[in-house]
Design a protein around this ligand. Sequence first.
Ligand SMILES: CC(C)(COP(=O)(O)OP(=O)(O)OC[C@H]1O[C@@H](n2cnc3c(N)ncnc32)[C@H](O)[C@@H]1OP(=O)(O)O)[C@@H](O)C(=O)NCCC(=O)NCCS
Length: 182
Amino acid sequence: MRRVVCNGERLVVREVTEDDVTALHAIYGDPAATQHVPFAPRSLPEVAGLVDDAMEAAAAEPRRLYVLAVIDAGRHNVIGVARLRVEAEHPHSAEIGFGLHRDQWGRGIGTDLVRLLLSFGFKQLGLHRIWGARSPANLPAQLAMLTAGMVEEGRIRHHVHTPHGWRDSIAHSAIEGEWTER
Ligand SMILES: CC(C)(COP(=O)(O)OP(=O)(O)OC[C@H]1O[C@@H](n2cnc3c(N)ncnc32)[C@H](O)[C@@H]1OP(=O)(O)O)[C@@H](O)C(=O)NCCC(=O)NCCS
């Protein structure tokens, strides 16, 4: 299994491990950080289960799922989580998701993270298309993806089921040729 590490200026993304469970729970278990995602805040055992699943998926061949811890390059602590899932039927394409601990918001780190995920997907994985879906109300995610070069594609009606009912998503994407020219 190839262990993923991808370095940016302020951030590093790398494989999640059991040691990350508490730091990831500070994000997945936070009502503020999960307000725009389709699931309720996760408990610590649920996050431990997600990490187990992620490590199992990392060993799959072919590999489809990358769950990555986001590390502050200077302080070396876990400040976020990112996912990239290669589509089984369309392996040139992958969906990304990302979240940061709330004390990191509003300093451009989310935008840097999206850029790093695009770089990882296009350069290291050789993908052609990378897309992400956000809640229509998620302005920081919208701006982070737009600034990083992911254009808005349109609305996916009733894309996800949330604890509050069906929710539309707005899809963003980047295409390899367009992105590398930026
Ligand atoms: C989405 C998320 C990663 C963005 O991270 P971030 O580090 O705060 O984003 P940035 O600082 O790069 O800001 C991105 C843009 O949003 C703007 N922004 C950030 N927080 C904002 C807020 N609360 N209200 C309005 N605009 C905001 C910034 O000004 C910036 O705009 P610009 O590019 O025009 O300057 C972060 O809000 C988060 O972790 N949210 C919870 C999880 C989540 O919703 N994930 C996305 C699922 S699709």
